[in-house]
Design a protein around this ligand. Sequence first.
Ligand code: KIV
Ligand code: ZN
Length: 518
Amino acid sequence: MSDTVTIFDTTLRDGEQSPGCSMTMPEKLKVAEALVELGVDVIEAGFPIASPGDFEAVRAVAQKFGERTTICALARCRREDIERAAEALKGIAKSRIHVFLATSPIHRQFKLKMAEQEIVKAAVEHVQLAKTFCDDVEFSPEDAARTELDFLCEVVEKAIAAGATTINIPDTVGYATPNHYFKVITHLKQHVPNIGQAVISTHCHNDLGLAVANSLAAVEAGARQVECTINGLGERAGNAALEEIVMALKTRKDFYGIETRINTPKLCGTSRLVSSITGMLVQRNKAIVGQNAFAHEAGIHQHGMLQNRATYEIMRAEDVGFIGENMVLGKHSGRHAFRARVTELGYTLDDAQLQKVFDDFIALADKKKHVYDADIVALIDKQTTQTADRWQLVQFHIGAGTGTIPTATVELRDDANAEAPQAFRDAAIGDGPVDAVCKAMERIIGVSAELKDYQVRAVSGGEDAQGEASVEIAYLGRRYHGKAVSTDVIEASALAYLKALNRAIGDNSKTPVTRAQA
Ligand code: KIV
Ligand code: ZN
């Protein structure tokens, strides 16, 4: 049994399936790059048959990173799915096709309407087909945690005989508990004669809040691949959180005796990137990557920490790349000091990026008395996650106060034709100043979305902290997120809303656009 566990990241596939978390191709490439730097062993880049966009994204990720990290594509037990997956992965050194088919009684009866032996036959045929394209084939009996153990053993044995090199045991609906899941993996190890020819993998959903605990129980039982996502992103309550699995294995190496190849100081940066791109905020008290994860407020704790950090700290903040609230630089700090701080924070920027972030830093230091590490990180994130959105906010003006109707005038620039950008202006009233700005932007773009969620929080400490706004909108039956940071919370809100609108219209190019040119 290997003492290293394979970390299989499915942020770009299972994570991206989460409502409102869809990513554009450049965003997927950025996340993939961060995952490669983080050191994950396998990136599940998408489900190529799902849409042309998914296919292109898997292909682009495979072309760019398929020499360094295994790139995996998902396929149902259908010929066209497997051929499409193989096509997306074509020509790269490290590819994997992941074939899945549900096995639980409820899925067999109501979803697939297939008998047990039909399932076995389909699994075998499609694993064999995948094997004609790729040596590395993973098979998942979907909803394995609710499948009869005898039948699960039969499917697994035949899938391995057909050529599967990884057998993934998904808890698709988050039904398992740690001891139950431990027993499932143990049962497979004891009753599947050829189990030693495949790596056993876990894939846990978090509906009962047990995804990480279940994954660790499976590792204890002998699983040597864990499927997980950054920040636990994923449908419903999400998937097992990569950062929690990795740090549990690292911190409790005394117990598990298992390593990963993850470059743990990159965990917080990768978490921030995924949060910025998807707009899905990380809760403050989230383990490992939350803002409070390393905060010790209680006096008794602080006293203990001063004597010996280990009294109350089981992990070092620097081991996960955690950036606290220390005040760092002022407006008189030079470019050299700024560059040094950026490097200390774990970022590598090219000269052009550094210059832009430095310019933003100077502008921020003019507005804000204290600039914290978290502010610098927000500026870097803004520069490095910026995508070429069609609509840009040029300026806005609001009128608001008690006894007045909140009004906003807004100017947007349409970059649809990059050679000849056009400016448009409009005005609107709203329930408040933010609502008025959002309505004015919608009038200009010619769309109407429904605001589903809106949150503002401070990026760092102090009264003049930058505000980070996060919005979720519903448009034509789909959800889209947007996130932005500014010292002015109305501007942050407007930018976040515009980001979400850009995503929404980018997803539906047929959106009617009617407005008056400025
Ligand atoms: O949750 C699940 O069962 C899946 C499979 C496709 C592995 O995501
Ligand atoms: Zn899943």
